[in-house]
Design a protein around this ligand. Structure first.
Ligand code: MN3
Length: 194
């Protein structure tokens, strides 16, 4: 079964003015779609055909960049869209308790995450992670690098490639990051907790 581009779970106009329908038409409709079609082309007719996405990420890491980059970006973008919400939410219950115990407060998590997102040089991602020893951490990932296929759990990603924010915010990455906090689907993030 080839991989398919997942539908967005919200109307593409519903996150405006933070991210516009035009930006989703490119970012979801062209960038993410291209990762999926290139991934299918790279595995088609090979021994990797039909393997699960996270397995493809694991086995292709250092040896097959055409598979790794497209598989990892498919994973990253799928989780990113699912982590977005048209309405502002806040973390609750077990997730909030873990944030407060591991960062001190939700505000400290926001500062730390925003700092790493603003400071990432070049293209990449920042993720809120749950490690195998059950600690929450914020990590930077360069380019297509991903927690997908690893033993740590990626809870909340932010895409800080320029293609995410250049249509709506031009070079103002800080403004894009500030708006992220009003558009997070914390219910979906909490479902990824182990
Ligand atoms: Mn992207």
């Amino acid at each position: 079964m080839p991989f398919v581009l997942p539908d967005l779970t919200f109307e593409p106009t519903s996150l405006e003015p933070w991210l516009s329908a035009e930006s989703f038409s490119y970012h979801h409709g062209k960038h993410h779609a291209a990762y999926v079609s290139k991934l299918n082309a790279a595995v088609s007719g090979t021994e990797l055909d039909g393997r699960p996405l996270e397995e493809l990420i694991r086995v292709s890491g250092d040896v097959n960049p055409a598979v790794f980059n497209n598989a990892a970006q498919h994973f990253n973008h799928d989780r990113f869209w699912l982590s977005l919400s048209p309405t502002e939410q806040t973390p609750e219950d077990q997730l909030l308790e873990k944030i407060e115990s591991d960062f001190g407060s939700f505000e400290t998590l926001k500062e730390k995450f925003s700092g790493l997102a603003g400071g990432l040089f070049g293209s990449g991602w920042v993720w809120l992670m749950q490690t195998t020893d059950d600690r929450l951490e914020v990590r930077q990932y360069q380019n297509a690098e991903t927690p997908g296929g690893t033993d740590d759990r990626g809870l909340l990603p932010l895409d800080v490639w320029e293609h995410t924010y250049y249509i709506d915010h031009r070079n103002d990455r800080a403004k894009f990051i500030a708006g992220f906090w009003s558009h997070i689907n914390w219910k979906s993030v909490a479902e990824r907790l182990a």
